[in-house]
Design a protein around this ligand. Structure first.
Ligand code: DLL
Length: 443
């Protein structure tokens, strides 16, 4: 009987002595910087501004000489301006939300896809998964990197993949139960919703074959992990990533559950002071900056993730030498994540203010109801609109909600309020009030 072709994870880099890892990182960094300089006019111009040439990069620490890149650079070069290879080499694109309705776009050639698969396999193996597992991928499939990223990784592991994608909660529970699913990949908030739903369906999660949860794409806490593990028989593990670098699989927790190993043979991490750009030593908290060391179709150099964390270089009990990042719970910008979608308040502002009669006084309220995130936007309207009939107001609320959904990609409850009713700020305005309690125990 023919068995499955199992992707052989090149597991050696997980255990490399630090000096050897550094050598590998240096060689790859020099290659990538040379390519970026030669093939991406944007990077060349940035390096010229700083008077750096590829030859200046001799050791990995020289990375600090290179310019940073930010999300805006992807928007400014939309859609393919940062690609280092012609489109006939690019086999896949993904995209994530931007601030003006235009997404940011990322591209992969076949080798990039293989590296992506490899890191997911290494992550899943470190968690304790293997070819005998049945993995339900409930991250969204499509332009979002979550679904397809985990899908191909899990398949390469040799596991049986159930490509459920997001939504249809009832069916998710049914699949888990009937197909003997042993691992689920989804956002932690969605999984909490699944726990509730299972309860209401009379399904005891503890009696299922489910043993692992691979949770990420949004911040979650240690308390949430405890809650999940108390209500199920699973080990809940963190997976981190971002589209600009590859998608999920930049870092992942091993079975020790003590920080996520960063696959630093492919993604070089630095921690900087977000205000000064100064590189901070391991152990100190700051903004995570990542450089892709293998990516060919779209290299990223010193990409400022805005995610706040620290690097832990202590040897993990699992034996892997890869450094670990501490759980990410905050960002150095105002982006928030709701139901797995990245949203900037400025996107909401654009959607609101493109409707006549709305005023630039608005408040964004995030709540968690029945373990599902909701987005409410309160916005003031001018006196003329405010005197409209109830049905007129309701129609306008619907119109704004539709406009917002088109731009942001998420449904919001719109509440129009009288002029001068929302609180004014004397300093830096706090537009978002996040009433979600990431700790479900105290709910
Ligand atoms: O969320 C990729 C992903 C998919 C990761 C599935 C994990 C699982 P983006 O949509 O580009 O990509 O959003 C990236 O999400 O900069 C973080 O702010 C946040 N984020 C991702 N994973 C975690 C995590 C995907 N485990 C942005 N903990 C990142 C906290 C996370 N925040």
């Amino acid at each position: 009987m023919a068995s499955k072709t199992v992707f052989n994870p090149i597991s050696a880099p997980d255990y490399l002595p630090p000096e050897q890892l550094k050598e590998l990182q240096t060689t790859r960094l020099r290659q990538r910087v040379t390519e970026a300089y030669e093939k991406v006019p944007f990077f060349r111009a940035k390096m010229e501004d700083l008077k750096v040439v590829p030859g200046d990069i001799q050791k990995i620490e020289d990375i600090a000489k290179l310019p940073f890149s930010v999300k805006k650079d992807l928007r400014d070069t939309y859609p393919f301006g940062l690609f280092a290879q012609p489109m006939n080499r690019v086999v896949r694109v993904h995209a994530s939300s931007g601030t003006t309705g235009k997404p940011i776009v990322v591209g992969y050639n076949q080798r990039d896809i293989d590296v992506w698969k490899e890191v997911i396999v290494r992550g899943l193996v470190s968690a304790g998964l293997g070819p005998d597992d049945v993995i339900q991928v409930s991250y969204g499939y499509g332009l979002f990197t979550g679904g397809l990223g985990l899908h191909y990784g899990a398949e390469a592991l040799g596991a049986t993949v159930v490509p459920a994608s997001g939504g249809n909660t009832h069916r998710q529970i049914m699949l888990m139960k009937d197909f003997g699913v042993t691992a689920i990949c989804c956002t932690p908030s969605y999984f909490i919703h699944l726990i509730d739903k299972a309860q209401s369906m009379g399904v005891d999660m503890k009696t299922l074959s489910l043993r692992f949860g691979i949770f990420g794409a949004e911040p979650w806490t240690q308390e949430m992990r405890r809650y999940i593990e108390a209500h199920t028989a699973i080990k809940a593990l963190d997976i981190y990533g971002l589209s600009e670098i590859v998608g999920p699989g930049v870092a992942m927790e091993c079975a020790e559950q003590d920080g996520s190993h960063i696959f630093e043979d492919h993604f070089y991490p630095e921690i900087i002071n977000p205000d000064t750009g100064e590189v901070l030593p391991d152990g100190e908290e700051g903004e995570l900056v990542l450089t892709t060391l293998s990516k060919e179709a779209m290299p990223m150099i010193r990409y400022r993730t805005r995610d706040i964390t620290s690097l832990n270089s202590e040897r993990c009990s699992c034996g892997r030498t890869l450094r670990r990042i501490r759980r990410i719970t905050s960002r150095s910008d105002d982006m928030f994540i709701i139901r797995g979608v990245n949203v900037f308040p400025s996107q909401i502002e654009t959607a609101l203010l493109s409707i006549e009669g709305t005023l630039p006084h608005y408040q964004i309220i995030l709540r968690r109801e029945n373990n599902l995130d909701t987005l409410e936007v309160q916005v003031e309207i001018n006196a003329q609109l405010a005197s409209d009939t109830v049905s007129g107001i309701t129609a306008l609320e619907k119109r704004i909600a539709k406009n917002l959904e088109q731009i942001v990609g998420i449904h919001a409850i719109i509440k129009l309020v009288q002029p001068e009713t929302l609180q004014r700020s004397e300093g830096k305005i706090q537009r978002v009030s996040d009433l979600r309690n990431l700790n479900p125990i105290s709910q």
